[in-house]
Design a protein around this ligand. Sequence first.
Ligand code: URA
Length: 297
Amino acid sequence: MTEDRLQDAAALAWLIAVGADEAIADEPIDRFRTLSRQDRSIVPARLIPAGASPPVEPTPDVPPTDLQVPAQIQPLGTPQAAATARELAAGANTLDELKDAIARFDGLTLKATATNLVFADGNPKARLMLIGEAPGAEEDRRGLPFVGASGQLLDRMLAAIGHDRTSCYITNIVNWRPPGNRKPSPAEMTLCLPFIERHIALINPALIVLLGDTAAKTLTNRNEGITRLRGKWFTWPKPDSTDAIPVLPTFHPAYLLRSPGQKREAWADLLAVKRKLAELELQPKVLSNLVSPQDGE
Ligand code: URA
């Protein structure tokens, strides 16, 4: 490879590493064309392409049009965005309405860089709900959660305790892919909270499994990392009820792919899920056996 090609490849690798791996417009923007004379004086001459057109002097108040951020990727101010998210989530009475509310919410810049909204997969009537962090590249392409490499491991983990996507419901806290698969920021997580809270309320599962550090910390509201949180039971209060849903954090399948030595702990968590589901299934029957048939006689 020539020196130029090596430099291009290094620049490309750097862009991908910092998350700039998505085209957000149909055409590339030639930033050199829009540099003012003053800007040009601080750009090393070798970076200005030989054939670049003469510098355009921007008028003081109006930035050049191709430097303007498209309206759809301007985030709302955070307090306003948070209020809008809460309002949209609260107004959703069905899963379709919730999906539509998330699609309409413009307060999250991730929406502008993602390809598809990744809402959920599986059976909405399932007793088991699994919640991950955010979609990756394959999920973004297909509009479904956990369909990439970590999703395939998740499917095998579920199969090991007798489940598949017809007997569980899978979603993420963040429904749009963060560019470059970076972790969603705390501000992004906060904006998504009303939607995942409403999602849990609409599914009303018997048990929730939180996959990985981000989902575990966010939904248990704890600061410890996943290594400390995994395998411990928490509860999720049901709205308008004194009941609570048991919640178990466990390792994210993507982490297990990188650290297969931790599969033993994950297996213990899966068995705990299986036991708890069986206990919960039994509970109403035990109670109804206690009150009948003698009580009716
Ligand atoms: N990781 C997640 O947390 N969610 C997905 O959907 C895929 C990968």
